[in-house]
Design a protein around this ligand. Structure first.
Ligand SMILES: [Fe+2]
Ligand SMILES: [Fe+2]
Length: 255
């Protein structure tokens, strides 16, 4: 059974440092996996506070390429970690958000982290293109098909001018055979994510979900659709954090 500690999140009680971003420590049978790294500043102090030894991280999984999930990569390496790094194709693409009444914002992986990943040993990089069992009972979804009709659009683009919408196709989640589903930002939609997992692994009943559900700017209809879907799962635990919907710094776009 996986044990999970929240290291970086938008809301953290003192003495933890709050930051718009996500990082989770996952203790599995193979050791310590880090799921995302937050933006960077909160990772190291919060890991120390939580008693998580970042130098012992043997696997890093990126949920997708946004800065609030990838920006701590260099900070992690500086702690002495030499993890296997798992990510889906497109992680390092250029990315921008264009929220109404807000300046265009570069939301890609920070350049310093992109360069570090480019220079990272090829044998330690695992590109996940499809549903993959990365250790017994632990599955990475790879890119998630958008099949449910769920509204997963947003003001996200691959170019600064906003001519090429970004489907954030690299978004991936982790499914454990104990029924735990770990999600990053859920740009693919939680309904799509759950249904994809159910289609590939129908024998695993999803009992727990943790991560961001990206509902902050969702329509009332989408929130209600999501609520009734989650209700139908009869979950034992739902830990909806990060971009799910709590606005901390009003005016700062959430990605
Ligand atoms: Fe995010
Ligand atoms: Fe995101």
């Amino acid at each position: 059974m996986v044990q999970i500690k929240i290291i970086v999140n938008d809301v953290m009680g003192a003495p933890f440092v709050a930051e718009h971003g996500l990082s989770l420590a996952l203790y599995t049978q193979s050791g310590l996996t880090l799921f995302d790294t937050g933006q960077g500043a909160a990772l190291v102090p919060n890991a120390q506070t939580a008693g998580v030894d970042l130098s012992a991280v043997s696997r890093l999984i990126f949920s997708h390429g946004h800065y609030d999930h990838t920006g701590g990569f260099v900070a992690l390496l500086e702690q002495g970690a030499e993890p296997e790094v798992c990510f889906a194709p497109g992680l390092t693409d250029a990315r921008f958000s264009r929220h109404v009444n807000m300046p265009v914002k570069n939301i890609a992986i920070p350049d310093v982290c992109r360069r570090a990943l480019d220079a990272y040993p090829a044998e330690k990089k695992l590109v996940i293109s499809s549903f993959t069992e990365i250790e017994p009972g632990m599955f990475l979804t790879g890119p998630i098909p958008r099949i449910s009709g769920e509204d997963v659009g947003g003001p996200f683009f691959l170019d600064e001018a906003g001519t090429r919408p970004d489907p954030i196709a690299d978004e991936q989640a982790i499914l454990f055979d104990d029924g735990t589903l770990v999600v990053g930002c859920c740009h693919a939609g939680i309904i799509n994510t759950v249904r994809y997992c159910q289609s590939v692994k129908p024998e695993i009943r999803i009992r727990k979900i943790i991560g961001g559900l990206h509902l902050l700017n969702a329509s009332k209809e989408r929130v209600e659709q999501t609520k009734s879907f989650l209700d139908s799962l009869n979950l034992e635990e739902l830990t909806a954090i990060h971009c799910t919907g709590v606005a901390i710094n009003v005016g700062e776009p959430r990605v």
